[in-house]
Design a protein around this ligand. Sequence first.
Ligand code: ADP
Length: 453
Amino acid sequence: PNDLKAQQKALDLVLQDFDVSAERMGAIVDQFNSEMRKGLAAPKATVAMIPSFVTGKPTGEETGRYLALDLGGTNLRVCEFSLLGQGEYKVHQQKYVISDELKTGDMRNLCDFIADCVDNFVTENGSDSLESNLQLGFTFSFPVLQTEINRGTLIQWTKGFNCTNAVGKDVVVLLQDAFLRKNVNVHIAALVNDTVGTLMAHAYKYPETSMGVILGTGTNAAYYEKLNSIKKWEGGAVAFDDMVVNMEWGAFDNERRVLPLTIYDNKLDRESINPRQQIFEKMISGMYLGEIARNALLQLVDRLLLFKGVSSPELNKQWCFETAYMSAISSDTSEDLEETQHILEAVMQIPSTSLMDREMVKQVCIAVGRRAARLSACGIAAVISQQGSIGQDTLVAIDGSVYEFYPNFENDMTQGLTDLFGEKDGSCVRFALARDGSGLGAAIIAMMSHKAA
Ligand code: ADP
């Protein structure tokens, strides 16, 4: 019983570390708003606030056949969307695996490979029988300084990509040149960040959508901003008052002024390949949550308060405790916590676990997930305050496995907004899953840009 008490006490302290009070959330939102204003005013801010060149909302009545290309994850996706109007569409798609060799080789080889994939797709799909030049929306989910709707220079690679001869260059020009070399009769009409695509895809059917959020491997968001609030805009007059801004919010608070970082977060950051960067993202997204929880569990092990002080080579290994395991553990409601036992003993190879051990692991997983949801709510709240629309219905389109699969994530986000805005205003914010929306969004943006040209 003494052991149990000591365990309980240590657990309570860890859970406290992951708690984000309503008061702290308020401070985070204030800081977010201040960083957003800096980003809108001048280039090179921490939160980059990149104008997307996407203006106006889709009406839902857009029609036609458009291609979309999605680069940024494990696979390359090529899709053909038939936009049918009234927010309806049909899609054909094909996935192509990108080898590690291509991810880290010369950019020219990657572009040639992509051109071959597009060529293969349009031939097999019969898209090339269309008379006119095919229009394509290119979703490229890396930090890009957009200079036109279909122009943008790569700022840096992330997520395991590291091609040479690409950083500082216009990725659309590089890919369009490959299409030319290979006689692929396709025009890149738009360069699209996945957050912007997610927003536009949802707005096609629900025009009141004002924000797109990614909660997957990484996290980021895009929203409609008034053009006259984008002080750094030098692109001249546009036909609409609003433009979608790609926030690149994962970099929020890289200065570590306000986020409630724990020793578990600091350890993760120190050991990551990009220390002191993407601090907000590292507390929220799927690539990192498992590692935060792993750090917290190992600290309890080292104090001999978990698993009787015995770990395993698996649990000792960096990045090996996956966020998906946390989802499964957090939702384990069996009396003996059998699923948790399976993950700990069969997958992570911990020699033996008591029921108290498993309960502690579950509580840690829930706390790390809840903190991620409350911090996501802070980002969303900052956008809502910036838009000045509290009290009205707000619709936020969200894509990503963390939002889709982490138990209670949506409830915890809503609770966070309620803590910030009060019961009435907090519950006016609606979330909607926009699965794989970025491809559809890219096709819609290609269409809007082509029609406008
Ligand atoms: P991407 O963001 O790369 O397009 P996803 O939205 O599927 O793709 O996000 C992948 C991330 O989601 C990975 O970091 C993974 O750890 C995490 N993930 C996968 N399955 C789950 C799950 N069931 N619960 C929570 N996170 C998950």
